[in-house]
Design a protein around this ligand. Structure first.
Ligand SMILES: Nc1ncnc2c1ncn2[C@@H]1O[C@H](COP(=O)(O)OP(=O)(O)OP(=O)(O)O)[C@@H](O)[C@H]1O
Ligand SMILES: [Mg+2]
Length: 361
């Protein structure tokens, strides 16, 4: 008769393509019950946004099929996002499993547009997501979400984020009367505001907190990197960045601070012509890929230059909400899944380090 050992041995042949580890040793098999040929368990994936979720599920079904003696098989598939940062070291934000900073070398490359649509794409997979607009001088997220009248309350000395569908949103732009004053604030005050937004906000349980940074390597990106442990940085570039090398400067700063770089997303990569299915690489092709190869950081996606994306942002109607079947939305979905996969990779490494430390102590 088939035994649990045999089932686990077979399941251990299924490997997560991102984590390059088998699903049994990753602890993805839960609540396994085997009663004379009736097999039941839960497959707990590392994120609902994993690019390989369907593939893993299919591989598991195939593996079980190959075991003689299993008559009935019942599998529940769930996802529990892994912690991609050390929560022990961050009491104030212990309910936020992953923090992802979105950075760029220069302004106007589409960080806010990418942050916002990635946050929505992740949220649409079922993950719990927050969006922190860390551009204190020029907050743009409230307008891009059409939340002109949005507000954040303070309760029990904690900031309550505004909400947009399931998304928790914090931005200096919600303090309408103070917005114009931001320009006169100097470094320490700006850093203080960001710290408060991070640690004094009632984020509740979040799988991913996306932090939309201002361009460059100034006080705000530095404060983010130094205030709390973060999962990593997503670098947004445009094809023109390759020539000017500005993206590389941002990568260099986070590298020096030992913050992992999750990867690079190229925005305004190609023109998606509405009248044909062709991609027109009007600024040249493969720029961000070159950066990713040269600096050995993953290439996580390319977003088309598309008037729908621009109008969506400018009118407060993000493409991930209003045009979910468009190629632009597809591009954001792919990038979001790749970002989630990179977070799982960072999390798995962290887990390994913790285990290694526990065995040496
Ligand atoms: N893929 C795209 N296709 C068309 N327009 C885009 C795209 N991405 C961004 N834009 C437009 O480009 C402008 C700049 O984008 P956004 O504000 O997101 O950039 P940013 O990097 O956050 O800028 P800043 O450095 O000022 O914070 C906006 O008008 C936006 O609508
Ligand atoms: Mg911006």
């Amino acid at each position: 008769m088939v035994g649990v050992d045999q089932v686990l041995e077979k399941l251990a042949t299924v490997v997560d393509p991102d984590l390059k580890k088998d699903i049994v040793s990753m602890g993805m098999i839960k609540d396994l019950e085997l009663n004379s040929g009736d097999l039941k368990f839960t497959l707990e994936l590392t994120t609902p946004a994993c690019p390989f979720n369907e593939e893993i599920e299919e591989d598991v079904r195939k593996a079980i099929d190959e075991i003689d003696g299993i008559e009935n098989f019942d599998m529940k598939v769930t996802a529990k996002v892994m912690e991609g940062r050390s929560l022990d070291a961050d009491e104030a934000m212990a309910t936020v499993k992953n923090v992802i900073g979105v950075a760029s070398g220069k302004g106007g490359v589409g960080k806010s547009t990418v942050s916002l649509n990635l946050a929505l794409a992740l949220s649409q997979t079922g993950a719990k997501v927050g969006l922190l607009d860390a551009d204190i001088y020029g907050p743009s997220i409230p307008l891009m979400l059409g939340m002109k009248d949005g507000a954040m309350e303070v309760e029990d000395n904690k900031l309550q984020p505004a909400t947009f569908n399931d998304l928790k949103v914090v931005s200096f732009g919600f303090f309408a009367e103070q917005e114009h004053q931001a320009a006169i604030y100097r470094g320490p005050i700006i850093s203080g505001i960001l710290k408060q937004f991070l640690v004094d906000t009632n984020w509740t349980d979040l799988d991913y907190l996306i932090v939309d940074l201002p361009p460059g390597t100034g006080d705000i990106p530095l404060t983010l990197a130094q205030t709390i442990p973060i999962t990593g940085i997503l670098v947004v570039t445009t094809p023109q960045d390759v020539a000017s090398n500005v993206a590389v400067k941002a990568i260099g700063m986070f590298d020096k601070l030992n913050v992992p770089i999750l990867g690079v997303v190229e925005n305004m990569s190609y023109f998606a012509c509405p009248d044909c299915t062709k991609k027109h690489y009007i600024f040249g092709n493969g720029g961000a890929k070159k950066i990713s190869e040269k600096h050995e950081i993953p290439f996580l996606g390319e977003i088309p230059l598309n008037s729908g994306i621009m109008e969506g942002s400018d009118l407060g109607k993000p493409v991930m909400m209003t045009n979910t079947e468009s190629p632009s939305a597809d591009a954001f979905r792919i990038a979001a899944k790749n970002v989630a996969a990179q977070c799982s990779i960072v999390a798995a490494k962290l887990q390994e380090e913790i285990q290694a430390e526990a065995t040496t102590n």
